[in-house]
Design a protein around this ligand. Structure first.
Ligand code: IMP
Length: 429
């Protein structure tokens, strides 16, 4: 048995929730290792619908959840989520949730700066979730972040707030946004501290013990490779590394613990926020994909941009993300199209490229080079075996495998948990 790490292979919202939930039921511990409450997914268990943002999904399956040091934690958002989920009959206690003592915190001033900067960018805005993710990671790297452990040291907290406010108030004032006052921030944090501290521990210690005891760990990624701060469509990315290697640094385990890496990709492509999207469709086909796929953001409710499957991009995600196998989701959304297109490369200023170059101008000039495949008229919705799929659908999946240079080890054909074709159990390898 090995551990499993799940990451998105496109721009997020690939339907990770269903796959994570299924694998979580087979894991002992589920760990979040990057991102924050910018992520979001909906889990349906029995007659309850849970909307999770920061909490590891395994909690709804009764598994121990860990928030690693690579996550930026908004204390108020976390406590609100704990309260909401507990009110639904699923108590979240220090027995079921542990939070890294070295995880950086998101404070109200981070969201304020996020919003003020987006407003100042105007047309060139990134389209962030507005949750303060970027500014919180900036503070971490700049060595001025307030971390979970600081909540146990009021004097440290007070001194660090001085440094933080000096920086943030200068920026906020420069952007013409309201500034923050120390007393209110400090009082609020000291008030939240007793509620949060019981969850805190050095999680690396627990993960090390779990490894020794042969427990199965599922590392649950948020966002996706094309939103990775290094490998994504920079600067239209999130502020963390979303590739599988981050599971190690973001939770305090060695790289060997990452285990088998499962990348999640939709059978087509979507994106929220701004930035390059070579296969984006502005016509009725794009509209149809959006309607059929219910493409609205879980966190912000924003309409997602839709387009054809970009195999050149997913191939790149497979390589830089260390993806061993792909879970292809929402195949049923493609039912009924006479023809389907897959992007196999790009044409940029008269030259062909096998992958998306790093430059901003080149990325926005990239025109997809398509391969056209035959569609299928039958429904694939709910299929649970290859035998239930039309030949053209199988051909589509096989072509995806060839182009992205990774096997499709799991195929999802509806939001229902059991409507899945499993080719290979990731935990079993
Ligand atoms: P931020 O993470 O809020 O800074 O947003 C940066 C970019 O990442 C924006 O384009 C967001 O729309 C996108 N983003 C952040 N989290 C998610 C997610 O969970 N799904 C899809 N896109 C996301």
């Amino acid at each position: 048995m090995t551990n499993v790490t799940i990451i998105g292979a496109q721009w997020g919202d690939e339907g990770k929730g269903k796959v994570v939930d299924w694998l979580a039921s087979r894991a002992d511990i589920v760990v979040r290792f990057q991102g924050g409450h910018n992520a979001g997914h909906t889990l349906v268990v029995g007659n309850q619908t849970y909307k999770l943002s920061l909490l590891p999904s395994g909690l709804v399956r009764g598994k121990l959840g860990i928030i690693g040091n690579g996550v930026v934690v908004d204390p108020s958002a976390l406590l609100a989520e704990i309260e909401r989920v507990s009110a639904q009959g699923l108590p979240v206690t220090p027995e079921t949730l542990r939070i890294a003592d070295n995880a950086p915190l998101i404070l109200p001033l981070h969201a304020a700066l996020d919003g003020a900067r987006e407003a100042a960018r105007g047309d060139r805005k990134i389209g962030t979730t507005g949750r303060g993710i970027g500014p919180a990671y900036e503070d971490k790297v700049a060595r001025r972040a307030i971390r979970m452990c600081d909540l146990a040291e009021p004097n440290t907290l007070s001194a660090k707030l001085d440094e933080l406010l000096l920086h943030h108030n200068t920026l906020l004032a420069g952007l013409g946004a309201p500034t923050f006052e120390k007393t209110a921030l400090l009082e609020n944090l000291l008030q939240l501290a007793p509620k949060l501290l019981p969850f805190m521990e050095p999680v690396w210690e627990r993960l090390s013990a779990a490894k020794q005891a042969g427990k199965r760990i599922l590392f649950e990624g948020a966002q996706a490779v094309m939103l990775d701060v290094d490998h994504g469509t920079y600067p239209f990315v999130t502020s963390s590394n979303t590739v599988s290697g981050t599971a190690a640094a973001g939770s305090g385990v060695g790289p060997g613990a990452v285990g088998r890496v499962l990348g999640i990709a939709k059978a087509y492509c979507t994106r929220v926020g701004s930035g390059p999207f070579p296969t984006e469709l502005h016509d009725e086909t794009g509209q149809l994909l959006g309607e059929r796929g219910h493409e609205f953001g879980t966190v912000t409710g924003r309409k997602r941009r839709c387009g054809w499957f970009d195999a050149a991009m997913v191939r790149q995600a497979v390589k830089v993300g260390g993806i061993d196998g792909l879970a292809l989701t929402k195949l049923d959304v493609l039912d009924g199209f006479a023809q389907l297109k897959i992007c196999v490369g790009y044409e940029i200023n008269g030259e062909t490229h096998k992958h998306l170059p790093a430059g901003m101008a080149a990325q926005s000039a990239a025109k997809p080079v398509y391969e056209v495949l035959e569609g299928w008229s039958q429904s694939t919705r709910g299929a649970r075996s290859w035998a239930e799929l039309p030949a053209a659908a199988i051909k589509y999946v096989k072509r995806v495998e060839e182009l992205v240079e990774a096997p499709v080890t799991l195929l999802s054909t509806s939001p229902e948990r059991d409507d899945t074709i499993l080719v290979q159990d990731p935990f079993a390898s």
